[in-house]
Design a binder for this molecule. Structure first.
Ligand code: ZN
Length: 75
């Protein structure tokens, strides 16, 4: 199962084209030292996806829970 929103340990993320994007770059964010910018490149369409990911979980309880945002419109 590929997440649509990656956590800091996810090497893959789901592209909007329903393809798989693999992580290509991890870079610090100058104005947000608590997070890293993860850049993923889709293997199917070549689209680049950027996510700002927390460096460390703020609450240990959330560490094991998949961080999935349900942005599907029921309609
Ligand atoms: Zn794609």
């Amino acid at each position: 199962m590929i997440p649509t929103i990656p956590t800091r340990t996810d090497a893959f993320v789901l592209c909007p084209c329903s393809g798989t994007a693999t992580i290509s770059t991890v870079a610090p964010i100058a104005d947000d030292p608590d997070r890293m910018r993860h850049l993923y490149t889709c293997l199917d369409c070549g689209k680049e996806l950027t996510f700002d990911v927390d460096k460390k979980a703020k609450e240990p309880a959330q560490e094991s829970a998949p961080q999935v945002q349900d942005d599907k419109d029921p309609d």
